[in-house]
Design a protein around this ligand. Structure first.
Ligand code: ATP
Length: 393
């Protein structure tokens, strides 16, 4: 049945079951095996293909994007890369503006990390500006131990949800008199409610048993106090079925490295800066910066990158970086644009390369080069296509 807002399917009972497309139709967002409790509007698809903004960034970013392009081309993934350079080679405001316009147009981006110079106080982090101007209010990571990757703590499974646009990252700093600097942390009830709602809905949608809010409300009584108050209010009023706890950030850091299993099956809900630090600890627990991908999500756009957001400048061009986190980010992006078949194929190819064949780079105790993992993935894709009787050329 056609309607002005798309095609409807009717269930046996005659009730409308699904709207396929149209101005009011919405797509359920998936992140790995998890459901994100936000729907997105359909993205523009020209000739059946998606256009994704690609920001290679600095360090290992450009070589990783080249590898992804090769994998996508081999696997006939219907995604075109619109590449824009806003790395340290072009730090102009117009480059940043163009990148933002491109993401607004395409709705989705894949991104390497952009180096931020320490020595110019006027220069705003490009990474931060993107997240702020596109209102990518949530950063979501799933830190889960990967079989065959050597780690100290077995069986980690923690989701991290971090506020991504305010707090210490507001970038408001000044030197009132020489030797005295004021650095302003801005937090708002609106943003805290937004991130907490996402976390609680996420817990319900994915049956995650507990939310732990991380804060330093014993010292930052107003700012972190508000964060804790809002999270607690929501737990007590709207989300009584989700177990809620809170933990001071220093203790949470210690607990994560000594007894991380206590957070298994749960969600860490964090303001911006603590979220950055805790995310790096959690990624370290499951194998380091080369393994975990991260999703930056807003109401309108999504940007996919690595979980720890490193540039890897010291290992760039050496064919040693672990490409897994970038491949995972690309898979997350494919799920977001609703290409589950391609996402599943790539997941299987990566799984077989990394876990079945144990092709590991040096960061996780192996000797393989980046290119050997990429070849491994392409080899696995060939076998998947053979099994599916798809003819590749
Ligand atoms: P920078 O000069 O920007 O600090 P770096 O390479 O010295 O660059 P980071 O980018 O902060 O440092 O990365 C932190 C550490 O993680 C480095 O030791 C880096 O080599 C390592 N690292 C980052 N990404 C990867 C990756 N994909 N594979 C393996 N190691 C990585």
């Amino acid at each position: 049945m056609a309607s002005s807002s798309g095609i409807m399917f009717r269930s046996m009972s005659g009730r409308t079951a699904l709207k396929l497309f149209g101005p009011n139709s919405k797509v359920q967002i998936r992140f790995r095996s998890l459901v994100i409790p936000i729907h997105r509007k359909p993205l523009a698809k020209y000739g059946g293909r998606h256009t994704v903004t690609v920001l290679p960034g600095d360090g290992i970013g450009p070589e990783m994007m080249a590898h992804l392009k090769r994998i996508f081309t081999f696997a006939h993934v219907p995604v075109d890369f619109e590449v824009l350079d806003i790395g340290s080679r072009d730090l102009s405001d117009s480059a940043l503006d163009n990148a933002i316009i491109a993401i607004e147009r395409n709705g989705v981006a894949l991104k390497g990390n952009i180096e931020t110079k320490f020595d110019d106080p006027q220069f705003k982090s490009r990474n931060m500006e993107l997240r702020r101007r596109l209102d990518l209010f949530a950063n979501i990571l799933h830190c889960k131990t990967v079989p065959t990757i050597p780690v100290r703590h077995k069986e980690i499974d923690i989701v991290l949800i971090r506020e991504n646009t305010e707090g210490e990252y507001s970038g408001i700093e000044h030197q009132s008199v020489k030797g005295v600097v004021e650095s302003i942390k801005v937090v708002t009830r609106q943003k805290i409610e937004q991130i907490a709602t996402l976390a609680f809905d996420f817990a319900l949608a994915n049956n995650r048993k507990k939310i732990t809010a991380i804060h330093k409300a014993n010292i930052q009584k107003l700012g972190d106090g508000l964060f804790l108050k809002v999270c607690r209010e929501m737990a007590e009023t709207k989300y009584k079925d989700v177990k809620f706890e809170h933990m001071i950030v220093d203790n949470a850091s210690m607990q994560l490295v000594s007894r991380p299993e206590q957070f298994n099956g749960g969600i860490l809900l964090m303001p911006n800066l603590y979220g950055n630090i805790i995310s790096n600890i959690a990624c370290g627990l499951v194998g380091g910066p080369g393994l975990v991908s991260g999703m930056n999500l807003g109401k309108k756009y999504a940007v996919f990158e690595t979980g720890t957001r490193n540039t890897g400048t010291s290992i760039a061009g050496k064919d040693v970086a672990n490409p897994t986190a970038f491949i995972q980010a690309a898979i997350d992006m494919l799920r977001y644009v609703d290409e589950p078949l391609h996402a599943d194929r790539l997941t299987t190819a990566l799984y077989n390369t990394l876990i079945v064949k144990k092709i590991h780079t040096a960061d996780i105790g192996g000797t393989a080069k980046t290119s050997e993992i990429i070849e491994g993935v392409i080899d696995e894709l060939k076998q998947i296509f053979d099994k599916e009787h798809v003819h590749y050329f």
